[in-house]
Design a protein around this ligand. Structure first.
Ligand SMILES: Nc1ncnc2c1ncn2[C@@H]1O[C@H](COP(=O)(O)OP(=O)(O)OP(=O)(O)O)[C@@H](O)[C@H]1O
Length: 313
């Protein structure tokens, strides 16, 4: 007789299934479904109040969902955390103040089931030089590095970071992301919420755009830019006989999603750049220094959230 075993369930790292969370009348997480896979570096973007921190709190078991399920590695967040599979660096939560950096790092790794040596944790976070300083004497950026050390004091399969580089200078930020990339290259899943869209563009291989507690877009940065659909057009115009550009002529152009005029320079966002430029010539407006380019992630993000705002208004 042959026995059949059930096929293994997909190896999801994080799974949200139709998750809702309200605070009184505020529906902070409103039917969120998503799955993260091993080895992904995922950026969580969204305007203020989109529900990013709430989603991370649910993911880490710091709050419970009103309905829907959140699982980490197929278990509850609490179980995954107790098993030492998750490291987190959150915005909130003060650090113990009356201790030295090294002592705090040692405490964190002593509590971890799969700890790294203290010297390695300190070096990775770039805080070896300040290991003997008291926590309450650190700058904001140094505190962030210590938080990062605490999140990576042991071997985690998932690292969750809520706006990790806030307060870090450019050099610290670059060093931080280089370290994070090493972690991802070792097969860890990295999920980070950020307001720095250039970080998401440069680092994440997947971008989730959250808006009013729901997933508005999910894809690579290139896919998100394409989804926003618009392109940027810029050109110079000869001022008319009145010595100024008549914006009313430009407003008539088809497929416009935004228009700004500064001196003789016109900047447009269009959903069909070819049609807009053709109409420009047809209107007898002959552009100089014409440039057409795709949107950056930041502009794509603004275009997507504005379109959703208009759709749901
Ligand atoms: N403890 C709470 N009590 C009441 N309302 C809350 C609480 N926490 C969050 N909210 C509300 O829920 C919504 C989502 O907030 P959340 O902090 O999750 O958003 P966010 O995307 O992280 O925002 P930000 O980018 O500003 O950090 C907001 O309207 C916020 O005011």
């Amino acid at each position: 007789m042959t026995t059949t075993t059930a096929p293994p369930t997909t190896t999801s790292v994080v799974r949200f299934e139709d998750v809702h969370k309200s605070y009184g009348a505020v529906h902070a997480v409103a039917g969120l479904s998503l799955t993260l896979h091993p080895g992904e570096t995922v950026a969580l973007l969204g305007p203020n109040g989109a529900g990013k921190s709430s989603a991370l709190d649910l993911l880490l078991g710091l709050r419970n969902a009103d309905s829907g399920t959140v699982t980490l590695f197929g278990t509850s967040p609490q179980e995954a955390i107790a098993a030492g599979r998750v490291g987190a660096m959150l915005q909130s939560g003060g650090l113990m103040e009356e201790v030295r950096v090294r002592e705090l790092v040692k405490l964190a790794r002593d509590l971890h089931p799969r700890p790294y040596p203290v010297s390695e944790v300190l070096a990775r976070a770039g805080i070896t030089q300040i290991a003997d300083r008291m926590i309450n004497k650190l700058s904001g950026g140094q505190e962030q590095r210590v938080r990062f050390a605490l999140a990576t004091a042991g071997a985690n399969d998932l690292i969750v970071l809520d706006e990790p580089t806030t307060g870090m200078d450019v050099t610290a930020r670059q060093a931080f992301w280089a370290t994070m990339k090493e972690q991802a290259d070792q097969g860890r899943t990295v999920l980070f919420a950020t307001h720095y869209l250039e970080e998401a563009d440069a680092i994440a291989d997947r971008v989730l755009v959250l808006y009013k507690g729901r997933l508005l877009a999910d894809g690579t940065a290139a896919e998100i830019k394409a989804k926003a659909g618009a392109r940027r057009i810029s050109f110079d115009l000869d001022p008319g006989e009145h010595g100024a550009i008549d914006e009313n002529d430009l407003r008539e152009l088809p497929f416009l999603s935004s228009l700004s005029v500064s001196g003789t320079t016109v900047r447009i966002q269009s959903h069909d750049a070819d049609a807009t430029v053709h109409a420009l010539y047809r209107a007898g407006l002959y552009p100089n220094n014409l440039e057409v380019a795709g949107l950056g992630l930041e502009q794509a993000f603004v275009a997507l959230t504005e379109a959703e705002e208009a759709r749901t208004a």
